[in-house]
Design a protein around this ligand. Structure first.
Ligand code: NAP
Length: 522
């Protein structure tokens, strides 16, 4: 099977052999993805002309209705997508749901938000500022759609959610998308897009899909375009530094890897409810999607006195996790996406082992259900302990993109901020504590270094959505090493695709414009 690209109303096959897609359990070949010779200039031209025009004709409400129709198409085919996610990404049913239902959920969420914006096509911020002594000259701030193309480059771990969360926001804003999934897991993005295209629910030119190596795409960006990149910090560095990006000035937002921390509060005692909540979240981090979440817990900061108990409790739960072929319903930890990622993760664990002791796991799982270690991309859920995190460096800098996290003791609340910040800026941190004063102090220290904070006490209990899960209501992104970008966050996400303009004019002119705009604070 050859995975193709879609733009200008047609499917296009690459001219080369491209990359082979395999089942990470047994290396069975699933297809080939290739973009050699694909006319990406033509894809941009169609998006600029047909896509910009067709979306400009639609109100926010109409764009929302399109997202709802896309979600409906995906819901109908959900079972097939689960199978693809298992075969191409090694997902268990739970892993697949995070990606597939997460993608459908974000489409429905933005459909509802757009519906509420009604028949307008642009946004007016509430309030006006008087600019002169006489009440005759005022300023108001407007947001208008940028007449460009949103290029969206995604990581391999979320071929559904990563694609739809970006398309959803751009489409509400009225900007056509060119989406590029990571090659290794492009099958799910491709099959989903095939279904959506066949259902004729997308306006002409509003969404294009490029499958295969994306090198020439960046060179097509111009001033009104944008690049939303999700992936490794290393790739991001190259793309941000491209001459065309620097010279033409498209908007760029970047979501990369980070060394997210969870913090066990100073009040937490062994076997308390909050202790159990923390254990459960750490075990999830070491099992769901085989740890391949950019937002996953990588560092566990624990008061020195509680560390042995936490270590024991987590290690004990890890022994009960079945690793293997996700076709077996008892399996809780599937393989990594491919053997290259497995070898990189194992290399990372070895590097961390120079500074940290292995507590559980390591490399090869003790037993693998229904699969063979030599052919499968399996990594055992791995827990390490670093006793001197203040002096260590690799535990704060190497992201093992798999089921791996490191325990580290802290001695004072001041240590918490400095240890968490040693990650150089992260997507998310969580705090498990019933001591609201300590939590507030920790959160104040962590906030500038993080895009999101999850604060769990007994009152929240099991009702929280999880450390790793990105909710569309909340901004996603983090400073520094995490890329410095921002996505999602309800309507805040529209800012990326719209231009805010201060308009200085008379009160009657400004007042006369109001009815054409949705009046909200972005
Ligand atoms: P990656 O190797 O950096 O690739 C990311 C994407 O960039 C892929 O689609 C890749 O395409 C594309 N790409 C590479 N070079 C390109 C170029 N010159 N022009 C255009 N596109 C190019 O990352 P990955 O291995 O897929 O993902 C794992 C990493 O992503 C982890 O470090 C993880 O933490 C991070 N991640 C971050 C987030 C977040 O929201 N912050 C979410 C998920 C993952 P090909 O696949 O075709 O090479």
């Amino acid at each position: 099977m050859k995975i193709e690209s879609f733009f200008a109303g047609k499917w296009h096959a690459g001219r080369g052999n491209g990359q082979t897609l395999r089942n990470p359990v047994n290396q069975e070949v699933l297809g080939h993805v290739d973009a050699t010779g694909i006319d990406v200039v033509g894809a941009f031209a169609d998006a600029r002309k047909a896509g910009v025009a067709s979306l400009a004709d639609l109100s926010f409400q109409q764009r929302g209705a399109i997202l709802k129709s896309v979600a409906d198409v995906l819901v109908k085919n959900r079972d097939r997508y689960n199978t693809i996610a298992r075969l191409n990404s090694g997902n268990t049913a739970r892993d697949a749901s995070v990606d597939i239902d997460g993608g459908i959920g974000v489409l429905k969420f933005y459909a509802r938000l757009a519906e509420r914006l009604g028949s307008s096509k642009a946004i007016l911020e509430p309030g006006q500022d008087l600019l002169a002594k006489e009440p005759a000259f005022f300023a108001r701030h407007f947001w208008h759609t940028r007449p460009g193309v949103a290029l969206q480059v995604n990581a391999y771990n979320f071929p559904s959610w990563g694609m739809w969360e970006k398309i959803a926001v751009a489409l509400v804003a009225g900007v056509p998308s060119i989406t590029k999934p990571a090659s290794s897991t492009a099958l799910l993005s491709y099959e989903m897009m095939r279904d959506v295209v066949a259902a004729f629910v997308l306006p002409e030119g509003s969404v294009a899909l490029i499958c295969g190596a994306g090198g020439p795409l960046i060179g097509c960006l111009t001033a009104m375009d944008s690049l939303a990149f999700t992936g490794s910090a290393q790739t991001a560095l190259g793309l941000r530094g491209e001459l065309n990006v620097l010279a033409s000035g498209p908007r760029v937002t970047v979501e990369t890897d980070s060394l997210n921390a969870t913090i066990i509060g100073p009040d937490v005692q062994r076997d308390s409810a909050v202790f159990e909540l923390a254990v459960s979240e750490i075990v999830k981090a070491l099992s769901v999607k085989a740890g391949q979440f950019c937002t996953n817990i990588r560092r566990i900061l624990v008061p020195e006195a509680v560390l042995p108990a936490l270590q024991e409790a987590v290690a004990q739960k890890l022994t009960g996790l079945v690793v293997g072929d996700p076709a077996d319903p008892d399996v809780k930890v599937g393989p990594l996406v491919n053997t290259k990622q497995r070898d990189t993760a194992i290399g990372g664990i070895e590097a961390l082992s120079a500074e940290a002791k292995l507590v559980a796991g390591g490399t090869r799982p003790q037993s693998i259900s229904e699969a063979d270690w030599s052919r499968g991309a399996f990594v055992a859920p791995t827990l390490l302990r670093c006793d001197n995190p203040e002096k260590a460096s690799s535990v704060h800098s190497i992201e093992v993109f798999g089921p791996c996290a490191t325990l580290m003791p802290y001695r004072s609340l001041a240590d918490v901020t400095s240890l968490a910040a040693a990650g150089g800026g992260s997507l998310v941190a969580s705090v498990f504590s019933n001591d609201s004063k300590a939590t507030a102090q920790i959160a104040t220290g962590l906030a500038p270094w993080h895009g999101r904070l999850l604060l769990i006490d007994e009152e929240v209990g099991k009702n929280h959505t999880g450390h790793a899960i990105v909710m569309p209501q909340c901004v996603h992104g983090g400073p520094g090493r995490a890329g410095g970008g921002e996505e999602q966050g309800s309507l805040r996400a529209l800012r990326f695709h719209m231009q805010r303009t201060a308009v200085q004019a008379s009160a009657s002119f400004l007042g006369g414009l109001g009815s054409e705009y949705a009046e909200i604070t972005l």
